[in-house]
Write a protein that binds this ligand. Structure first.
Ligand SMILES: [Zn+2]
Ligand SMILES: [Zn+2]
Length: 342
């Protein structure tokens, strides 16, 4: 089968033929119909410090984790799935026996293995997946859209970490997940949604997802604009999805007393935060990791069914063997999300 490998501890990737994976009795074999490129894959492709530390010992291996495909083979212990089912993958492969797993928090399993990071991933014609991680898709959803449910799930998890109906929400960072968050807040009845991002290109998409106010953080005085927009009250909810320390601190400073901040952004190093400000505001600041298994997936499916336009974040479609073109359009900041089809 055709597959995309991270073979060497340096920038780049390798497209090559390899054996179709063998499944064990708890796995399904998925014929990949679409896979999409995530920020994580870009770190792996570039081989930055994070990639070197996180997966240095795993190479050579097949990367990629966002997927939609069809089940073509099942191990004998598989339940609840059938051959030909369309499925996506929950990418956190949990152990099932640690404290978190046994107390309803599988998404933060202590022994988690991540698809396409710790084990062979989906940039290939076939992938083996534990059947408990397979999420059955509605066959009416095209594979190239269904593949992006995994990042959409991050947005669902972050947005619905609290209430947004009737509230003013500021979303920092208009990556694919931030854009989904804007759209989800609007669909769920948020009163006003403010989108913050450094570039006009992404803010255009935010507008398309229904943002009421778009702020270009490169030029605007974000704090002043948001305080003016909310008549000096501040926002009820702040979602940080950029991984920028500046965005985090701006977000906290425009949060109204008693407000909620949910943080999905990942920061490259520790930074300074005015914790006393958080304390006196009695703000709730929550870290968000992955998707709740599988509560978030049910919600994501329901929003797709209700017409959430997930296809809007997918700006480019390429063949899997053209994957380098996908990374190029992302590097050139011409793309939001790239879907690949074997
Ligand atoms: Zn991803
Ligand atoms: Zn566990």
């Amino acid at each position: 089968m055709l597959s995309v490998w991270k073979s060497k501890p340096e920038s780049g990737l390798e497209v090559k033929e390899t054996e179709i994976p063998k499944i064990n009795e708890d796995e399904v074999l998925i014929k990949v119909k679409a896979a999409s490129i995530c920020g994580t894959d870009r770190h792996i492709q570039k081989w930055d410090e994070w990639a070197a530390n996180r997966i240095g010992k795993n190479i050579p291996y097949i990367f990629g984790h966002e997927v939609s495909g069809e089940i073509v083979e099942m191990g004998k212990n598989v339940r609840g799935l059938e051959i030909d089912d369309h499925v996506s993958a929950e990418t956190h492969i949990s152990c099932g026996y640690c404290f978190q797993c046994r107390t309803g928090n599988e998404h933060i399993c202590e022994n988690v293995k991540i698809l396409g990071v710790d084990v062979n991933g989906v940039f290939a014609e076939y992938v083996a997946l534990p059947y408990r991680n397979a999420w059955k898709n509605d066959k009416s959803v095209p594979h190239w859209i269904a593949s992006a449910q995994e990042p959409m799930g991050n947005a669902v998890h972050t947005v619905f970490d609290g209430d947004v109906a009737g509230k003013t929400v500021a979303v920092f960072g208009m990556g694919p997940i931030g854009l989904c968050a804007v759209g989800l807040c609007k669909m769920a009845g948020a009163e006003k949604v403010i989108a913050v991002h450094p570039s006009d290109f992404r803010l255009k998409f935010a507008k398309d997802f229904g943002a009421d106010l778009s702020l270009k953080s490169r030029d605007a005085d974000v704090k002043k604009e948001i305080m003016d927009y909310t008549d000096g009250k501040g926002v009820d909810v702040m979602l940080e999805m950029s991984g920028s320390p500046q965005a985090f601190n701006d977000g906290i400073s425009v949060l109204r007393p008693g407000g909620r901040a949910s943080i999905l952004g990942v920061y490259s190093k520790p930074f300074e935060v005015d914790v006393t400000g958080i304390v006196f505001k009695a703000a709730r600041v929550n870290g968000i990791n992955g998707r709740r298994m599988f509560d978030t997936w049910y919600k994501t499916k329901a929003f797709l069914k209700a017409g959430f336009p997930l296809e809007k974040i997918i700006t480019h479609n390429f063949r899997l063997d053209e994957i380098e073109k996908g990374f190029e359009v992302l590097d050139a900041k011409e793309a939001v999300k790239v879907a690949l089809e074997p």
